[in-house]
Design a binder for this molecule. Structure first.
Ligand code: VG1
Ligand code: CO
Length: 542
């Protein structure tokens, strides 16, 4: 039976860079989840016996919300829901299922790299029929609806069990529970040369994939160990846990320190990688070298043609504005276009749908292609492996060779976490106020050539996004970008992105901290970071 239940709006259900993210206790307030889901269903106005994909990264509260989403989908007119077994679907696997099964959309439950558990973070995101995150016009319409919602619809009977593959019914709706891995693994097998990668591994090439107790464990185990023949145990921390083993499933130097330490040792594996909570990010580590995500994007773009899916070349590339310009140099050489978009994968969807770009990436360890409409951690690992299998060089050799060919773009992102929101807003405001007078100003040995607050007009649908980050470009090409995170759940996170291009091969081995030292100190003075936030050091450097 369908029940209509009265509710009262919450005023804080505005989706950020990637859906609605809050602490679990916040989500557990009465009807908090129901309100957001109903506002979503009301906005997308589908449900006309259509199909909805439901799944998440397996964090604490995932199962409860999967059950609620199934019951509400049944009450809102969907004909079928496709649910990952155990409520599990990585973000890219969910994107694939939406596309492959012609679903109207999907509900993805994740707070990505943020910690999980009863006091950790949770998130809900809606993806549209192309498999990608809902664009701004939809997320703002959802938010508008959450502010005036008065009732939601839910099926009174409990949701069927979703721990075993099979079909059930809830009222008139079919609940199809699927293996979360197999369709995705099949897609990877179509894109890449598995026999060649298998031959590389058979020849003694060793690897370690750290799933960080998060969703990629089953995917990486099936693909790397079962299908590609990597030794058992090559995938570590492979069982998804509700609290990610108490860690942050964020593949960076701080949280993937064990992997990096193993890769720095002479007798460590040849290739290391890690992914995040929901499987859309990737960290690539070679023997003795951590590959900066922006460099990884550039290397993948330059070498994609070595993998079967991209053999005919790539149509164009897109990167988020704060991502380093290393990939732009590759695109120039290939004679293809680079698109610079705001932060967040939702801005790539139209470009991918229109066939304008094939490969996209973000400095935050996200890379992907037109095979789905989300960034994809395991995909990036496999493209790297395919390239390594073709080139038979080390990761370090490939990266250093890339620098010799294209020059090196030194890059760092400095994060200042849990800054008082007013202070962080004040810092950004002050920068914006000074933008007009900045060009021509000298800081140390550098002169500002341009400064602006990034805005983007989507070339396909003409929609405009403003206020996407303050950019300060110096003559000679150095660049500092300031923006506030849109995924945090406590206070504000200030992100400062710093880069500088170096063409001189004798300097390519320099440490990034030294190569960027002058820009780092300018960032503090021009951004008034210390003065306004009291912070002397970033919490994380990536
Ligand atoms: C961060 C990253 C951004 C990424 C987003 C979602 O956003 O900077 O590049 O798209 O997370 O990634 P923000 O607004 O905090 O800077 V994920 O892996 O959380 O889905
Ligand atoms: Co993620």
């Amino acid at each position: 039976m369908i029940e209509t239940i009265a509710t009262r709006p919450y005023d804080d259900q505005k989706p950020g860079t990637s859906g609605l993210r809050k602490k679990v206790p916040h989500f557990k307030q009465p009807h908090y989840v129901h309100n957001f889901l109903q506002a979503t269903f009301d906005t997308v106005g589908r449900g006309d016996l259509e199909t909805l994909v439901i799944g998440g990264d397996g964090r604490y509260f995932n199962r409860d919300v999967v059950a609620i989403a199934i019951r509400m989908a049944a009450a809102n007119g969907y004909g079928r829901v496709i649910v990952g077994q155990g409520g599990i679907l990585s973000t890219p696997a969910a994107s694939n299922l939406i596309r492959k099964r012609g679903a109207a959309g999907g509900i993805i439950l994740s707070a990505s790299h943020n910690p999980g558990g009863p006091n950790g973070d949770f998130g809900i995101k809606y993806n549209i029929e192309n498999g990608g995150p809902a664009p701004e016009r939809i997320t703002s319409a959802i938010y508008e609806k959450t502010r005036s919602i008065e009732r939601f619809r839910i099926f009174s009977a409990p949701a069927p069990e979703f721990d075993a593959v099979g079909e059930h019914r809830l009222g008139d709706m079919v609940v199809e529970v699927v293996d979360p891995v197999s369709d995705y693994a099949d897609l990877m097998e179509e894109l890449f040369d598995f026999p060649k990668i298998r031959a590389l591994i058979d020849g003694g090439f060793t690897l370690r994939f750290d799933a960080m107790h998060a969703v990629t464990g089953p995917y990486a185990t099936e693909i790397l160990e079962n299908r590609l023949g990597a030794a058992k145990g090559s995938v570590v921390n492979a069982v998804p846990m509700e609290d990610f083993g108490g860690g942050h499933p964020d593949p960076n130097a701080v949280h993937a320190a064990n992997l990096i330490a193993a890769m720095m040792s002479e007798d460590g594996p040849d290739f290391g990688a890690a992914s995040d909570g929901d499987g859309d990010r990737n960290l690539i580590v070679g023997k003795g070298i951590v590959v900066t995500p922006s460099d990884s994007l550039a290397v993948l773009a330059a070498n994609a043609h070595l993998a079967p899916a991209y053999r005919q070349g790539i149509a164009g590339v897109a990167r988020s504005m704060p991502t380093s310009q290393a990939v732009d140099r590759v695109a120039d050489k290939l004679g293809i276009k680079t698109f610079e978009t705001p932060t967040g994968w939702k801005y790539f969807g139209n470009l991918l749908d229109a066939g304008k770009v094939t490969i996209c990436g973000e400095e935050s360890a996200g890379t992907g292609s037109d095979h789905v409409r989300e960034k994809d951690g395991v995909w990036a690992v496999l493209l790297w492996l395919n390239i390594l299998a073709e080139r038979r060089e080390s990761v370090r050799g490939i990266v250093e060779g890339h620098w010799s060919e294209f020059g090196r773009t030194f890059y760092q992102r400095h994060d200042f976490e849990e800054v008082d929101s007013d202070k962080a807003e004040g810092l950004m405001e002050s920068l914006r106020d000074r933008l007009a007078s900045m060009a021509g100003q000298r800081f140390g040995s550098l002169v500002v050539s341009e400064a602006d607050d990034f805005s983007y007009k989507d070339p396909i649908d003409g929609s405009v996004a403003t206020g996407q980050g303050v950019r300060i470009v110096f003559s000679g090409g150095g660049r500092i970008v300031f923006r506030l995170s849109g995924t945090g759940t406590a206070g504000a996170t200030l992100r400062v992105y710093i880069e500088r291009y170096e063409s001189n091969p004798d300097r390519h081995g320099d440490a990034p901290g030294e190569a960027l030292a002058e820009l780092i100190s300018i960032a503090d003075s021009v951004g008034e970071i210390r003065r306004r936030t009291g912070r002397t050091e970033p919490d994380v450097i990536t």
